[in-house]
Design a protein around this ligand. Sequence first.
Ligand SMILES: *[C@@H]1O[C@H](CO)[C@@H](O)[C@H](O)[C@H]1NC(C)=O
Ligand SMILES: *[C@@H]1O[C@H](CO)[C@@H](O)[C@H](O)[C@H]1NC(C)=O
Ligand SMILES: *[C@@H]1O[C@H](CO)[C@@H](O)[C@H](O)[C@H]1NC(C)=O
Ligand SMILES: *[C@@H]1O[C@H](CO)[C@@H](O)[C@H](O)[C@H]1NC(C)=O
Ligand SMILES: *[C@@H]1O[C@H](CO)[C@@H](O)[C@H](O)[C@H]1NC(C)=O
Ligand SMILES: *[C@@H]1O[C@H](CO)[C@@H](O)[C@H](O)[C@H]1NC(C)=O
Ligand SMILES: *[C@@H]1O[C@H](CO)[C@@H](O)[C@H](O)[C@H]1NC(C)=O
Ligand SMILES: *[C@@H]1O[C@H](CO)[C@@H](O)[C@H](O)[C@H]1NC(C)=O
Ligand SMILES: *[C@@H]1O[C@H](CO)[C@@H](O)[C@H](O)[C@H]1NC(C)=O
Length: 300
Amino acid sequence: MKGRHMELTLVLVIALLSVAAAAGSHALSGCIDTCGNVSIPYPFGVGTSSIAGKNCFLEQAFDVTCKDKILYTGNVQISNISLEGQLDLHFFVSRFCYNSSGELDNSPRLSTPSFNSPWLSTPSFTISRTGNKFITVGCDSYGFLDNYHKGTMSYSTGCLTQCASLADVQSMQNDGYCTGVGCCQVDIPFGMNNITLRAESFTNFSNCLKFNDCSYAFIAKKGFYNFSLSHLKDLPNRTMPMVVDWAIGDEKCNASQKRATYACKNNSVCDDRNTWYGYRCRCKPGYEGNPYHPDGCQGN
Ligand SMILES: *[C@@H]1O[C@H](CO)[C@@H](O)[C@H](O)[C@H]1NC(C)=O
Ligand SMILES: *[C@@H]1O[C@H](CO)[C@@H](O)[C@H](O)[C@H]1NC(C)=O
Ligand SMILES: *[C@@H]1O[C@H](CO)[C@@H](O)[C@H](O)[C@H]1NC(C)=O
Ligand SMILES: *[C@@H]1O[C@H](CO)[C@@H](O)[C@H](O)[C@H]1NC(C)=O
Ligand SMILES: *[C@@H]1O[C@H](CO)[C@@H](O)[C@H](O)[C@H]1NC(C)=O
Ligand SMILES: *[C@@H]1O[C@H](CO)[C@@H](O)[C@H](O)[C@H]1NC(C)=O
Ligand SMILES: *[C@@H]1O[C@H](CO)[C@@H](O)[C@H](O)[C@H]1NC(C)=O
Ligand SMILES: *[C@@H]1O[C@H](CO)[C@@H](O)[C@H](O)[C@H]1NC(C)=O
Ligand SMILES: *[C@@H]1O[C@H](CO)[C@@H](O)[C@H](O)[C@H]1NC(C)=O
């Protein structure tokens, strides 16, 4: 019985060790490798290492925080990190509402400044052009998305939607689809990384549109938002899933490879084909793991 017990313990210890080894290949040693249920692979990291006292992240942009088991970059929640260069975020929905007495509703539930005009600055990341849509919902509404560069607005996009009655929207038979009436959407331009977005209304629509008090504007991961007529009354979501592309540094491979800070470790190659600026690392064919981690890419 005792021998059997030992055997089981041994199996358990080995199992735990191999889990630790697998996890260890993602975060630096002495760094936390998960926050809630989100794993945190290097180059991302939280604070400093408990062993070496060094940064757990590669560069400032990858310094994330873990609070109450939720992972954040700035004030934006991260729901997944992929080593292929994507980050799933929950970014805010901007809402612009009139209340029943026809006044702009500034109640905290609806519109604190950050919800009214949410702002995202991610110098090393860009809003994924192919992974998202910019969407506006409402019936007397427009939404815009501004990109700032070096402190001044560099470009802007958005869309508008107007409809005189709920029947107009119903007649489009577009429940479930964002087709331009009640809901409009546009593509995200290249290279956006310091943005604000905002919903607005053309007129004081509480007077005429009893069925629609609010306008909403947001970025959503492609395919994740399904318009519903009920959203003209109330869109419950405070945030929407969104994808950003991340990359290392602000130069392409050929310039970066010469630098001491070059991030691609053993058995990996540099890849800048799909980056706006910066570069990514990939394990060489036949190797697997985390190409940014000192002992990342392992042969099979
Ligand atoms: C992670 O946790 C959140 C909140 O607890 C939950 O909604 C989500 O489904 C979880 N995701 C996975 C992949 O388990
Ligand atoms: C997170 O990203 C990885 C890599 O792209 C993917 O395999 C995984 O399914 C994603 N997880 C969630 C919960 O979206
Ligand atoms: C909208 O119209 C109502 C009724 O005419 C008025 O009381 C209210 O002040 C107006 N709101 C704004 C923001 O102009
Ligand atoms: C509408 O909003 C105004 C301004 O915030 C507030 O003074 C008024 O009490 C609100 N009316 C209702 C019915 O909530
Ligand atoms: C982003 O834009 C804001 C607003 O203009 C500006 O204050 C800030 O410096 C910009 N951040 C970066 C990293 O360009
Ligand atoms: C919005 O919220 C509703 C209700 O909580 C949820 O069922 C839906 O999946 C959310 N939509 C998105 C795109 O997150
Ligand atoms: C939106 O609709 C598609 C297709 O019907 C479905 O796969 C997806 O889960 C829906 N998304 C949400 C957030 O409900
Ligand atoms: C890097 O490559 C780009 C084109 O791919 C070229 O324009 C640039 O001059 C190269 N830079 C260096 C430092 O070799
Ligand atoms: C990485 O490769 C270099 C040169 O090929 C070698 O000296 C070094 O020991 C390797 N490091 C690791 C962690 O395998």
